[in-house]
Structure formats: C-alpha cells, structure tokens
Design a binder for this molecule. Structure first.
Ligand code: PBG
Length: 323
C-alpha cells in the first residue's frame, strides 16, 4: 500500500524544498536572442505582430546587443532585411550585406557575445523562397552553392556559429565543406535539422519580410504529422557534420524534441518561434493570462523535453524573471 507511506506532497511544502528537487532549471546560458537587422541608421521599428521585437538598423543592433550582453544574454542570432532582393539572393552573401555589416558591428562592440547567423535565402530572394526557383520549384543542388557562399561570407564577417535553415537536402555538408576549405574548420554549424512547414512562422515573415510570393514551403520544410521522418532528417544532418541539431517550432513539437534528445548525443536546440511568442503576448495584452508565468512555464517545458539551447524572443524577459 503506497499511501500513507508515500506522500509526494512532502517535497512540495516550501519553495526551498521544491527548488531542491527541481529537475529542469532555466539559466541565462540557455537562451539565444533573435534580431532583425534593417538598413538605415537610428531605425527602431516595432514589428506589429510581435510586441517588443524590432527591426533595428546596424548601429541600433550593435547597441542592442551590447545592452543585452550586459544584462546576461550570451548569444544572439541575426536575420537580415536587405535593401534589394533578386532571383539569386545576392544580398545573402554580399561582403557588405546587411547581416555581414551587422556581424562586424556586433563583434566590434561586444566581442564576447556568441554571434550566430541564420543561413537562408528567403529574406534575400525576390520570390521569398529559400533557394533558387525554376518552373515554380526550388532547385535543391543549385541552392546549396548559394547557401555555402552565404555561410562562408557570414563566417568571414565574424559569425561564431552559422545556422542553416533552408531545409535543402545536403545543406550541412555543403556548408561544412565550404567553411573547411577556407580555414573556418572551427566554426560550428547549428542545423535547423527538423524544421516543420508551420503556421507559427507567420509573424516572423512580417518581421523579416520573407513571405513566399507564390505557393508555400511545404515542398522543402517538413510535414507536421511526421515524427519518424524527423529522426531521418536529424540523422542526415548529424552525419553531414552538424555540431548542434535544432527542432523548430518548439512547443507543438515537444514529442519530437524528446525523440531527438534520446537518439543523439550532441547539443540540442529548440526554436520558440514568432507565432508561439505572439500567442502568449496577445493573450497577456488582453489580460487573459499571467505573461511571466506562462512564459517561464513554456520555456521550462522546452528545457524539460530535452533542449540545451532555446532560441526565443523572450530571452531578455526570461533572464530578468530568473533574477
Ligand atoms: C528562414 C527562417 C524562418 C524562421 C527562421 N528562419 C522562416 C521560415 O522558414 O518561413 C522562422 C522563425 C520564427 O518564426 O520565429 N527560413
């Protein structure tokens, strides 16, 4: 008879006891703060569907990173809004591209921050797809060349980590090879290995101006019902040399996150994406939920499911809440 010998409530009586037996704890080292860099100077434009998230010019980005670092943020990931877009995403790998300039400014003002670069083409192509388009199709192998060029130019501009998110087959191998051939064998690749074609990216596409002009991304991002296929994606990226694997979005794919955690012994990241952030913000603005409590519960669930690293627009608020 387990009861009355066993009383789980014994260890819940005080905050000190709860803290003693707490399993998953968030720390400031867990978080990566995403940033959206745009052209101009002194630009700070709030993204309407993401309260508290801004399009920042390069100067403002550098200042923002330095302030964030002072309050405990250890890593940022940079997305770019280029001035011009074309069929071959020239802005993604231009030496003076928006992300390249931002990386240099960030590393100059805050050398110790981990500056990650999202390696994708959708923000830079006129059609908004993540690769080269021919006959309404995203051509895989040709896109690899541009992705490799982009990662290399990001590393040259000072990126500490490159993070391919285009979901092209072979992108990790192509990037690893390009980096190794140019003396960047120490630059880690954080692979968006398991990235679903998700409605939760909606607000991001406003923030990064990257909505596809036709069709959608279902022919390259993963089909949401599939979890076994996620293991295959993770395995391929792992074999191609990914240093960190990522699952994205986070909360509606916690089962997948846990499966990747159990199978792969490399660091695991989860992206708490724009839509997941926007849902909490919107409900909080209506006074329907306690924002801080729901934020911490959500981020903790991602950690509990197995993530070592959490990319989230809440990074700053989470660190503040942790004290
Ligand atoms: C680039 C990219 C996207 C996100 C991260 N990298 C958008 C997309 O795939 O459409 C989404 C991040 C978010 O929603 O916060 N391909």
């Amino acid at each position: 008879m387990p009861f009355p010998i066993h009383r789980p409530r014994r260890l819940r009586r005080t905050e000190a006891l709860r803290s003693l037996v707490r399993e998953a704890k968030l720390t400031r080292d867990d978080f990566v703060l995403p940033l959206f860099v745009c052209s101009g100077t002194n630009v700070r434009r709030e993204v309407s569907s993401m309260p508290g998230v801004f399009n920042l010019s390069v100067d403002e980005t550098a200042a923002e990173v330095s302030r964030a670092f002072d309050m405990g943020i250890r890593s940022v990931i940079v997305f770019g809004l280029p001035e011009a877009k074309d069929e071959i995403a020239s802005g993604a790998y231009a030496e003076d591209g928006i992300v390249q300039r931002a990386l240099r400014a960030i590393k100059k003002s805050t050398p110790d921050v981990i500056a990650m670069a999202d390696t994708c083409l959708c923000e830079y192509t006129s059609h908004g797809h993540c690769g080269v388009v021919r006959d309404n199709d995203v051509v895989n192998d040709e896109s690899l060349k541009l992705l490799a060029k982009t990662a290399l130019s990001q590393a040259e501009a000072g990126a500490d980590v490159v993070a391919p998110s285009a979901m092209m087959d072979g992108q990790v191998a192509a990037i690893r090879e390009a980096l190794d051939n140019s003396g960047f064998e120490h630059t880690p690749v954080m692979a968006y290995a398991v990235k679903y074609a998700s409605g939760f990216y909606g607000p991001f596409r406003e923030a990064a101006d990257s909505a596809p002009a036709f069709g959608d991304r279902r022919a390259y991002q993963m089909d949401p019902p599939n979890a076994r296929e996620a293991m295959r994606e993770a395995q391929l990226d792992y074999e191609e040399g990914a240093d960190i694997l990522m699952v994205k979005p986070a909360t509606v794919y916690l089962d997948v996150l846990r499966m990747v955690r159990e199978r792969f012994d490399c660091p695991l990241a989860a992206y708490h994406v724009s839509g997941e952030y926007a849902l909490i913000k919107a409900a909080a603005q209506k006074g329907w939920i306690d924002e801080q409590r729901v934020m911490l519960e959500t981020l903790t669930s991602i950690k509990r499911a197995g993530a070592d690293i959490i990319l989230t627009y809440y990074a700053r608020e989470a660190i503040k809440a942790l004290g």
